[in-house]
Design a protein. Structure first.
Ligand SMILES: Nc1nc2c(ncn2[C@@H]2O[C@H](COP(=O)(O)OP(=O)(O)OP(=O)(O)O)[C@@H](O)[C@H]2O)c(=O)[nH]1
Ligand SMILES: [Mg+2]
Length: 316
């Protein structure tokens, strides 16, 4: 049983060395290779990758889905693990994912993918970075979103984010990998949706968590939330199971912020969320920034959703 670890990179020098070192120092019983697929970095990422990876490819492309597909196409492993260049994995990461996948597949032949949780990677964080991390995991923003939640027990899920996931290589290939044509973000969601549609199952493993970098500035937070909102509608349009009421909440709240009397609803929710976080943390200083970031989340995620609706099916 061989394992391939695929890491897409793009101008990731500030985090890549630690990321690859954490993979390289895995203590595992399995033979494994590290494959880095770089999107044309100009910051020395490729040189760092060459120090740690067994295979390094360069493909000048915008979206990471192309890197990931190229990594899978060049993988020798029966199992492919994914993480991102802004993540740190624990020493037992490869073993946990591989053993978990093999065990579940033995129990249930339809089980083809597993993943774990992710926690914020905060090294000497600024006040803004801390507030963003807290806001993204707060109840009125995360709404228990799979990409931010860590659950206590093993369970079937419909999605595992590619910061901490593993699949049988044949299963990825059977559904045609990450979507390559159109779209902007959400290709990991779509890969899982395609597997789910074929009757395959994905599981969450509670014992394995990676540390994942957060946006560190207000603008990068807004851009990422906008992208997530747009991707959710794009994928949800094709796979209805992937679009729940909690995903549409920000859409309505965003519209309300532009309608004077109704703006009080998102504002009160922002304030309630900020109050909850500051009481939990016993830090009054979190109140105003978390409240502001919560409302900013409704607006940016909601605008992303609106933009995807406006662009319509041609964008799918
Ligand atoms: N091909 C390509 N890869 C990128 C680009 N930007 C980032 N990446 C890589 O894609 C992976 C995900 O990028 P991130 O910037 O961490 O994405 P993210 O904002 O964390 O995405 P979420 O976790 O979905 O919020 C990382 O391994 C990056 O190195 C890009 O413009 N093009
Ligand atoms: Mg990331």
């Amino acid at each position: 049983m061989k394992v391939s670890v695929v890491v897409p990179t793009f101008n990731s020098a500030s985090t890549l060395e630690k990321c690859l070192a954490s993979i390289k120092s895995n203590d595992t019983q399995y033979a494994y290779e590290i494959i880095v697929v770089d999107a044309g970095s100009s910051d020395g990422s490729v040189e760092i990758a060459r120090k740690y990876a067994d295979k390094v490819f360069i493909v000048e492309t915008k979206p990471p889905r192309i890197n990931r597909n190229l990594g899978v196409a060049n993988a020798d492993g029966d199992i492919v693990c994914f993480t991102d260049s802004d993540c740190l994995v624990p020493q037992n990461w490869i073993d946990c994912l591989t053993e978990g996948l093999l065990r579940l597949n033995e129990r249930e032949s339809q089980a083809v993918g597993v993943g774990g949780g992710n926690a914020p990677l905060l090294e000497d964080p600024s006040f803004m970075e801390m507030a963003i991390a807290k806001t993204m995991r707060s109840p009125l923003v995360s709404f228990k979103a799979r990409n931010l939640a860590t659950y206590g027990v093993e369970q079937e899920v419909i999605h595992n984010p590619p910061v901490n996931s593993a699949y049988f290589r044949w299963a990825i290939n059977e559904v045609g990998g990450f979507q390559e044509e159109h779209g902007y973000g959400g290709e990991d969601l779509e890969l899982d949706a395609k597997l789910n549609r074929q009757g395959y199952k994905l599981y969450y493993l509670p014992e394995i968590t990676v540390l994942h970098g957060h946006p560190s500035t207000f603008t990068s937070f807004l851009k990422r939330m906008y992208r997530h909102g747009a991707a959710r509608i794009r994928v949800g349009r094709k796979f209805r199971k992937y679009l729940g009421f909690r995903h549409l909440g920000p859409l309505f709240l965003c519209i309300m912020t532009f309608l004077p009397p109704l703006i009080l609803i998102p504002l009160s929710m922002g304030l309630a969320n900020g109050a909850y976080v500051s009481l939990r943390e016993r830090k009054a200083s979190s109140l105003s920034l978390v409240s502001l970031l919560t409302v900013a989340f409704y607006v940016s995620y909601g605008l992303g959703e609106i933009s995807a609706i406006v662009r319509g099916k041609s964008w799918a």
